[in-house]
Design a protein around this ligand. Structure first.
Ligand SMILES: [Fe+2]
Ligand SMILES: [Fe+2]
Length: 134
């Protein structure tokens, strides 16, 4: 997977959420780098655990903003967050059991970055623009 390199076109118009997304990109990049060390390496499991915790923290914040501003797609959007948490939780369990398919995980994360962050989260941009940023 090519490394995710942050660029200004990824901004959804919220300094806080952009910072969160940059942190998530860093964790995804670190997991992809771990691919060579195998899914059972301690570093891999630690980063996966950090991703699960940080994603929950980020989703809580993002969902609160969507709720506060009456974002119309928030239910569908929150559903995607829930499914992501479930997928990472399942993968974490598999990693502790030594049967995690790391390539599948890296593909999933890359796809999620493209489809969720760069498309679904991007739908929030006009809302933040109307509010003058968040
Ligand atoms: Fe989101
Ligand atoms: Fe997000």
């Amino acid at each position: 997977m090519p490394k995710i390199l942050w660029n200004p076109s990824f901004s959804i118009g919220s300094a806080v959420l952009d910072e969160h997304h940059q942190h998530l990109a860093g964790l995804i990049n670190r997991l992809a780098e771990c691919a060579t060390g195998g899914a059972h390496s301690e570093a891999f499991v630690d980063i996966l655990c950090e991703l699960a915790q940080y994603a929950k923290y980020h989703f809580t914040h993002e969902e609160k903003l969507m709720e506060e501003h009456g974002f119309p797609r928030r239910q569908m959007h929150s559903g995607e967050h829930t499914r992501f948490c479930e997928a990472i939780s399942d993968t974490s369990y598999e990693a502790t059991q030594g049967c995690c398919d790391i390539e599948h995980l890296v593909c999933y994360l890359s796809d999620w970055w493209e489809r969720h962050i760069l498309q679904e989260d991007m739908q929030l941009k006009p809302f933040f623009a109307a509010l003058g940023g968040n």
